[in-house]
Design a protein around this ligand. Structure first.
Ligand SMILES: NC(=O)c1ccc[n+]([C@@H]2O[C@H](COP(=O)([O-])OP(=O)(O)OC[C@H]3O[C@@H](n4cnc5c(N)ncnc54)[C@H](O)[C@@H]3O)[C@@H](O)[C@H]2O)c1
Length: 261
């Protein structure tokens, strides 16, 4: 059975990385997907990959920090597929600087994309998701991509960690606000994942492509490896699906055990 069969999903930051894989995995499991991102060429390429695999998807240019852009994404989901059942708030940015080196511009950028983007996506998609839930007993679902650095502090990226901690609690408050209105909301907390952003995390610890750095970071994860986007996408599909119908306000660490210690 396709666990998100017939559902309509918006994936922010869906062009590449974790969002790209989540969009492909949702489509593979039967969802119609709006791939929403700033990156048009990569977003269109991901849509083409989904269609080549027999799935349904459309690209929409989205800037998560812009309310009008979110309104346009919801309108596109409505006109293409009939609404929104699943929202994956995945778009994010990473600025690895200690507090002493972080500028106010860095701080504003991290808060604007990683926190305000999740707030706007939730606020603007929720009315449509509540409407869809009226005719679907299993309801709608929001999945917020936080981080292992949203569960514990970070030496390398303290303000990033602050925003991801904010996403963790925004998730729980969203779960409470919408629990009787047909929307569940949960967060996913990835460890280091092999994506362009994962590459920035590795760079912050040493030279790019340095195998010793990769090995050290892999070894810091109790399961002994760096994660893949598919590891996260599997958690996203589960939390978005009706299999998770009694789960809301929860945090799913998909981090190779890094926050278990
Ligand atoms: N890769 C990791 O190790 C890791 C670990 C923990 C959490 N995360 C989180 O997972 C999510 C995805 O990360 P990733 O590794 O795939 O990163 P990535 O940089 O590979 O992809 C992020 C995507 O978000 C898009 N994006 C950025 N700003 C945007 C904006 N204003 N509007 C719309 N789209 C925007 C980018 O264009 C890009 O396609 C992020 O929220 C990130 O913080 C990643």
């Amino acid at each position: 059975m396709n666990r998100v069969d017939g559902k309509i999903a918006i994936v922010s930051g869906g062009a590449r990385g974790i969002g790209g894989e989540s969009a492909r995995r949702l489509a593979e499991h039967g969802a119609q997907v709006i791939v929403a991102d700033l990156l048009e060429a990569e977003g269109e390429a991901n849509v083409a990959a989904i269609r080549d695999a027999g799935g349904e998807a459309q690209f929409v240019r989205l800037d998560v920090t812009d309310a009008q852009s979110w309104e346009a994404a919801v309108a596109a989901a409505r006109s293409a597929y009939g609404g929104v059942d699943i929202l994956v708030n995945n778009a994010g940015v990473y600025i690895p600087k200690p507090i002493l080196e972080t500028t106010q511009e860095d701080f504003a950028k991290l808060v604007s994309v990683n926190l305000e983007g999740v707030f706007l996506g939730t606020k603007i998609c929720a009315p449509e998701m509540m409407r869809r839930a009226e005719s679907n007993p299993a309801g709608s679902a929001i999945v917020n991509i936080s981080s292992a650095a949203g569960l514990v502090g970070s030496r390398n990226a303290p303000i990033y960690s602050m925003t991801k901690g904010g996403v963790r609690l925004l998730t729980k408050s969203t779960a409470l606000e919408f629990a009787r209105r047909g929307i569940r909301c949960n967060s996913v907390h990835p460890g280091l994942i092999d994506t362009p952003m994962g590459g920035m995390v590795l760079n912050a610890r040493g030279e790019e492509g340095n195998n010793a750095v990769r090995a050290a970071v892999a070894n810091a994860h109790p399961l002994g490896r760096i994660g893949e986007p598919t590891d996260i996408a599997a958690g996203v599909v589960f939390l978005a699906s009706d299999d998770a119908a009694f789960i809301t306000g929860a945090e799913l660490a998909v981090d190779g055990g890094v926050t278990a210690a």
